[in-house]
Design a protein around this ligand. Structure first.
Ligand SMILES: CCCCCCCC/C=C\C=C\CC(=O)SCCNC(=O)CCNC(=O)[C@H](O)C(C)(C)COP(=O)(O)OP(=O)(O)OC[C@H]1O[C@@H](n2cnc3c(N)ncnc32)[C@H](O)[C@@H]1OP(=O)(O)O
Length: 361
């Protein structure tokens, strides 16, 4: 019964992802601030404001979940949708991520989404967090973080998944992964991202101590690329973006996320006819091992949400057709298959089941 109700919950959420967006208006379009230039219209949602500049191919994406841009489920979902929208629009090559809330870039996970919530909610929330990380870390767009406020934990994760980080020079704006101090253990993909950015020893120390770096130290350790006066963060981010976008194709698309963040061949962005693959598919091809990690890491939490409790083989065999169990399912293609929610859900269920079954000889 727990299984059946768990499945119904997940199915409903997957079939109606917009149901997660309580009180949200998506796709609203209005003139950009300052009158808007050539074709400049801003769009976005309640918690993510997008100011696109078609002429430069750059959009500024502002988090606005006052007072501190805590990563609520709604904000995570809206960020993913906005990024996906820009990735699918060939006009855009770069996004500047910044905050619309004074003094805080992003306070990290919304702790009210975790504390005292049921396992199904935690699973949904955690999945959304990983989705955002995958979407940013593997994005085909150049992402520059214009960090105009405090940037702890989950805020730092967003910044780390960008190609470049510009931090405002204000000693109150500290940045780092401090979750250890809250009793949250960084998953290994996050540890790896830290190591890739600031090196092994610095990560080891900073993660264990839960260090938050003030601007000068963040620059010194390599956590940010530039520290500039607060009123120059946006303009510096735009200059950085111009530098990154000036690299001609194909170099610009083949180095960067594909080259550095994947062990897969670097030619996965386009199909044999030269058509650009949908971002989710390209990401999966570029980074199969990430997809795999994703589910390996995800399954205990999701199992709690989807299956109600750790399933026994007997229970799984009772609910799954024999042919499903006869053939190993590729674990991990699930969450990136968002084009078909029902299919994705079935695959998720199967993959979870396999994660709990004894290995075949
Ligand atoms: C099932 C899920 C499993 C998850 C597994 C995770 C695996 C690892 C992956 C990611 C891990 C991420 C870890 C995190 O992100 S944990 C969050 C860590 N965040 C922090 O430590 C930041 C804490 N906040 C602050 O330091 C400050 O609030 C600051 C952002 C600097 C802003 O300071 P200030 O402007 O002075 O504002 P206040 O401190 O007064 O805060 C205003 C109100 O906001 C509330 N608040 C603050 N932070 C959070 C938060 N993260 N979530 C929810 N609410 C938050 C604060 O209590 C104030 O509320 P109120 O006005 O009602 O008192």
């Amino acid at each position: 019964m727990a299984l059946a109700s768990g499945v119904r919950f997940a199915e409903r959420a997957l079939l109606r992802p917009w149901a997660l967006l309580r009180g949200t208006t998506l796709g609203r379009t209005e003139p950009a601030a300052g009158g808007g230039g050539d074709g400049a219209r801003r769009f976005g949602s309640q918690r993510v404001l997008v100011e696109p500049d078609a002429a430069s191919g750059v959009a500024v994406m502002k988090l606005r979940n006052p007072p501190i841009n805590a990563l609520s489920l709604e904000l995570l979902t809206e960020l993913v949708i906005s990024l996906e929208k820009l990735e699918n629009d060939k006009t855009f090559r770069g996004v500047i991520l910044t905050s619309d809330c004074p003094r805080v870039f992003c306070a990290g996970l919304d702790l009210t989404e975790i504390c005292g919530r049921n396992p199904a909610h935690c699973a949904e929330y955690w999945k959304a967090m990983q989705e955002l990380w995958l979407r940013t870390y593997l994005s085909s767009l150049v992402l520059v973080a214009a960090i105009n406020g405090a940037c702890p934990a989950g805020g730092c994760i967003i910044a780390l998944s960008c190609d470049c980080r510009v931090l405002a020079d204000n000693p109150k704006y500290r940045i780092g992964l401090n979750e250890t101090l809250l009793g949250i253990i960084a998953p290994f993909w996050l540890k790896d991202t830290y190591v890739n950015t600031i090196g092994h020893r610095a990560s080891e120390q900073a993660l264990q101590l839960g260090s938050l770096f003030p601007p000068a130290e963040a620059l010194q350790v390599g956590l940010v690329d530039q520290v500039v006066p607060e009123d120059q963060v946006q303009s510096t981010a735009l200059s950085e973006m111009a530098r990154w976008l000036a690299v001609p194709e194909p170099g610009s698309s083949q180095v960067g996320p594909i080259f550095f963040r994947s062990r897969a061949p670097a030619d996965q962005e386009h199909d044999a006819k030269g058509h650009r693959r949908p971002p989710a598919e390209a990401a999966r091809r570029r980074h199969p091992e990430l997809c795999q990690l994703r589910l390996q890491r995800l399954h205990p939490e999701v199992a709690a949400g989807v299956l109600g409790e750790a399933p026994t083989e007997e229970r799984l065999r009772a609910v799954l057709p024999a042919r499903v169990l006869a053939k190993p399912i590729l674990v991990g293609t699930v969450a990136l298959e968002d084009s078909s929610p029902v299919f994705a859900h079935l695959k998720l269920l199967r993959a979870l089941c396999f994660a709990h079954l004894p290995r075949r000889p």
